[in-house]
Design a protein around this ligand. Structure first.
Ligand code: DOR
Ligand code: ZN
Length: 429
């Protein structure tokens, strides 16, 4: 079957396309783009489908390289099926599944399980990320080679830092040999201690133990130094502070192989969101201050931060009912990510093309995936966005099991309306 997406404003930075074209899909593959009206003649039969994308924007399906799907082990929080469904609703057609499951994805058997289950029950494409160390314990390296062979596309202990610098050094050496990125959860546990929010006046007032920015920045600095030492590929996860942006900017300028990501919550809300002990705003690293938000936006603008991810971290309602310092950190992000990020375009921080780079092309390139592009021959992953659609965030409408969002009740402008994943069309109003 063929699908013709007509009259849409196509944004595809991989081909430098920013204009109105018709897009032809055949089966699971993109066939090409044609100037308005040129594609119809003789191309379609009655069985084929025409989607009118007039007034809408058509972009490559988004690639989210940092998602907690929670399966195996925490199916009460999320499953591969519900998490990938939430991704599709958010305009995301490829997700990378973090390894902090139970058991941990630290061996090829679990990698194979995630891949098989995703093929059977996943609604979008899933690429597993393997653990750096066995059981995320930071002591012994996992079998990178076997896990890569089975399908892992990167390695991380996300959720936990690799505290021992010798282990991190070895991981980066292996990353070079296997040509995969090491994704660093940058947190010095000695400094973050039992903290549960940003350290500052507000944490004092609220009587909560704080997490200083230096807990993140000292580790970003350490890992940049180790990436320089080893020549390995470092990708810094969920950047939350002004200082981290500065360190990464300087490292890039001096030729270190480092890339970085941030999440919509780090440029949309500050620590003030935790007032009232709102556990839905508890996340690790914690929400910071207006100065950090400004630095993160500048980092996105000047290319220091390459990628926007969700760090989708669904938790059960009852877990988030615990007292603030006992509730687990994390935000359910898949269904709000694109709408929140579109505000960067509205504010002039990024062009729409720049946003598609951060949310589709760059993550695909960092991971070596043939995604994030609508070139002829690419997989037919396409997101159609209505920039004028008003979207009121209501976690009751989430298909994710994780209703833990600090954006409840927000009115956002712009949202995906159709997601096409490997040629399959998902549409909602
Ligand atoms: O907020 C977070 N939640 N940060 C992490 O690093 C882990 C994640 C989770 O797995 O819930
Ligand atoms: Zn994470």
């Amino acid at each position: 079957m063929k699908i013709l997406v007509k009259n849409g404003h196509i944004i595809d930075p991989s081909q430098d396309i920013d204009g109105v074209f018709d897009l032809l899909i055949e089966g699971r593959i993109i066939r090409g783009m044609y100037p308005e009206g040129k594609a119809q003649k003789g191309l379609l039969t009655q069985k084929d489908r025409v989607i009118d994308a007039g007034g809408k924007h058509v972009m490559p399906g988004l690639v989210d390289m940092h998602v907690h799907l929670r399966e195996p082990g925490f199916e009460y929080k999320e499953t591969i099926n519900t998490g990938t469904h939430a991704a599709i609703k958010g305009g995301i057609t490829t997700v990378c599944a973090m390894p902090n499951t139970s058991p941990v994805n630290d061996n090829s058997g679990i990698t194979e399980f995630v891949i098989r289950k995703s093929q059977k029950e996943g609604m979008c494409s899933v690429f597993p990320v393997g653990a750096i160390t066995k059981g995320l314990k930071g002591k012994e390296l996992a079998e990178f080679g076997l896990m890569k062979e089975e399908g892992c596309i990167a390695f991380t202990d996300d959720g936990m830092p690799v505290m021992n610098p010798v282990i991190m050094r070895r991981a980066l050496e292996y990353s070079r040999a296997f040509d995969v990125p090491i994704i660093a959860h940058s947190e010095d546990l000695n400094l973050s201690g039992g903290g549960s929010m940003n350290e500052g006046l507000l944490s004092e007032i609220m009587g909560l133990e704080g997490i200083p920015r230096a807990a993140e920045e000292t580790m970003v600095f350490r890992d940049v130094a180790l990436a320089e030492l080893t020549g390995g590929r470092l990708h810094v996860a969920h950047v939350s502070t002004k200082g981290s942006v500065k360190i990464i900017r300087e490292a890039k300028a001096s030729g270190v192989k480092v890339t970085a990501e941030t999440c919509p919550h780090y440029f949309s809300i500050t620590e003030d969101a935790v007032m009232g002990y709102n556990t839905n705003a508890k996340v690790n690293p914690p929400l910071r201050t207006p100065a950090d938000i400004e630095a993160i936006k500048e980092g996105l603008r000047d290319g220091t931060i390459d990628v926007i991810v969700t760090d989708h971290a669904p938790h059960h309602y009852d877990e988030k009912l615990l007292e603030f310092d006992h509730a687990p950190p994390g935000i359910s992000g898949l269904e709000t990510s694109l709408s929140l990020s579109l505000s960067l375009v509205e504010e002039g921080v990024l062009t729409l093309e720049g946003l598609v780079e951060k949310m589709a092309l760059n993550p695909a390139q960092i991971l070596g995936l043939k995604r994030g592009t609508m070139k002829a021959g690419a997989r037919a992953d396409v997101t159609i966005v209505d920039l004028k659609k008003k979207f009121k965030v209501d976690p009751k409408d989430f298909v994710s099991k994780g209703k833990n969002t600090p954006f409840d009740g927000w009115l956002l402008m712009g949202a995906p309306v159709i997601t096409i994943c490997a040629g399959k069309v998902y549409e909602w109003d």
